[in-house]
Ligand binder design. Structure first.
Ligand code: HEM
Ligand SMILES: [Ca+2]
Length: 420
């Protein structure tokens, strides 16, 4: 039966919009991030759940912007600063290397800082804001008490500002510096798109309530990561970050003497490690995390001893800045921390091998052995370092893209600890 003119015109219009929608979706998928364009050889493949999470997040970003009456939010881009600040990447890399040579504990500090930023309202540098009247700071929330690396970011930022003022966001600097820190610690390189912008708010309550607890059991940890789109495998992968850096006694003291109010140690703790942990953290040991005096350093790395050396790190940094009191001190100074010691070739594997032996330091770490699937990944990573490197690269890409702010939202701060 011949169709009327208006019928076929409607069909044509409909087909046009369907084609347009398909083109838009495929454009978004290729443009979204390296998740789609970056492929690894071997058996690894991204699961469909994580892909749909990103597409969903993207669509959400756009519709939110449109509701505000703003232009749609842009996506992150490969080499976003190629025209506006082509040197940014190089400056960030060089500075992280320079600071790392002075104090190697910068690396774990930066990685943890990036995690605590991205986990709370996304990778928007909200963690870097100081408290001001009417706004508490995430920095001051209890789970962030022992965070370090803020001065390191300030030093990098001021170097970048000297070359391209007002262009590069603190949020991008933080994830790029963390990537460098991972590499310096023996972890993998992973590509990151840029174009993140900085928040105008700090989310102190969310930090207090939503950062995962070291005392959490497996289901709580999995729920916390799942709420950010990470599956069990990715959660196990990310916790492997604990193979570097230090853990203060106060985060596991209860496991040593009075686990769950029993007056007994955590029964899942291997007896050898229990001894070691008790000798580091005696019963009456103060539960605070001590900060070392400025410029004290027991590590083989040499700390700057004079303001002039310190100032040479960046002329824009005031001499009073303490490089987070040289990132507190080293484990050797304190005797109040435990470490998995997994830098270099051991990045990751040492952590998982410790868990296999019941030598997890945090209760939340050891809990990864309590689930069937999580236990399976612990075993896999303990024996296959290259699988771990690949998975960690992908999980860090995903973490670094969590709920980012892109133009026209957010801002570029001039000083990372203050709203511009
Ligand atoms: C269940 C999830 C997690 C919990 C409960 C947790 C908790 C903790 C705690 C209590 C510390 C010791 C802090 C101190 O003693 O000052 C720590 C250190 C650290 N965490 Fe986590 N964390 C988790 C996940 C992650 C993730 C996903 C990453 C990164 C991808 C990460 C990176 C680090 C690093 C690098 C350190 C060492 C920091 C340093 O030495 O400066 N953590 N974490
Ligand atoms: Ca944040």
């Amino acid at each position: 039966m011949p169709r009327s003119f208006s019928e076929s015109a409607t069909m044509r219009t409909l087909s046009f919009f369907i084609v347009l929608l398909c083109v838009w979706i495929s454009f978004r998928m290729t443009n979204r991030s390296n998740h789609f364009s970056f492929s690894f050889s071997s058996s690894f493949s991204l699961n469909s759940k994580s892909n749909s999470f990103w597409i969903f997040q993207d669509i959400l970003l756009d519709s939110e912007a449109l509701e505000d009456g703003q232009a749609p939010a842009r996506s992150l881009e490969y080499d976003f600063y190629r025209e506006t600040c082509p040197e940014a990447d190089k400056i960030i890399r060089a500075k992280v290397h320079q600071l790392f040579k002075i104090k190697a504990s910068l690396a774990p500090a930066l990685l943890r800082l990036a995690f605590h930023d991205c986990f709370i309202e996304g990778c928007d540098a909200s963690i870097l804001l100081d408290a001001v009247e009417g706004m508490d700071s995430e920095k001051d929330s209890p789970p962030n008490e022992s965070l370090k690396g803020f001065d390191g970011i300030d030093i990098i930022k001021s170097d970048v500002e000297q070359v391209c003022p007002g262009v590069v966001s603190c949020a991008d600097i933080l994830v790029l510096a963390a990537r460098e820190a991972v590499l310096l610690s023996g972890g993998p390189f992973y590509p990151l798109n840029t174009g993140r912008r900085d928040s105008t708010a700090s989310f102190s309550d969310s930090a207090t309530n939503e950062l995962p607890s070291p005392h959490a059991d497996l289901s709580e940890t999995l729920a916390s990561f799942s709420s950010r789109g990470f599956d069990e495998r990715e959660t196990v992968t990310l916790l492997g970050a604990h193979s570097i850096g230090v853990i203060h006694c106060k985060f596991f003291q209860n496991r040593l003497y009075n686990f769950g109010g029993t007056d007994e140690p955590d029964p899942t703790l291997d007896s050898e490690i229990l001894e070691q942990m008790r000798s580091k953290c005696p019963k009456n040991h103060s539960s605070s995390s001590p900060a070392a005096p400025p410029f004290s350093d027991g590590s083989p790395m040499k700390a700057p001893r004079s303001p002039s050396l310190y100032n040479s790190l960046s002329s824009a940094v005031p001499p009073s800045t303490s490089f987070d009191k040289l990132l507190s001190s080293s484990p050797k100074d304190q005797g109040t921390v435990m470490t998995y010691g997994g830098t270099g070739a051991d990045f990751g594997t040492v952590y998982y091998r410790s868990l296999l032996q019941g030598k997890g330091i945090l209760y939340a770490d050891q809990q990864l052995m309590a689930g069937e699937e999580t236990g399976l990944w612990v075993r896999a990573y303990a024996s296959d370092a290259s699988l771990y490197q690949r998975d960690f690269a992908l999980a860090m890409m995903k973490l670094s893209n969590l709920h980012v702010l892109t133009a026209p939202r957010g801002q570029i701060r001039l000083n990372c600890s203050r709203v511009a």
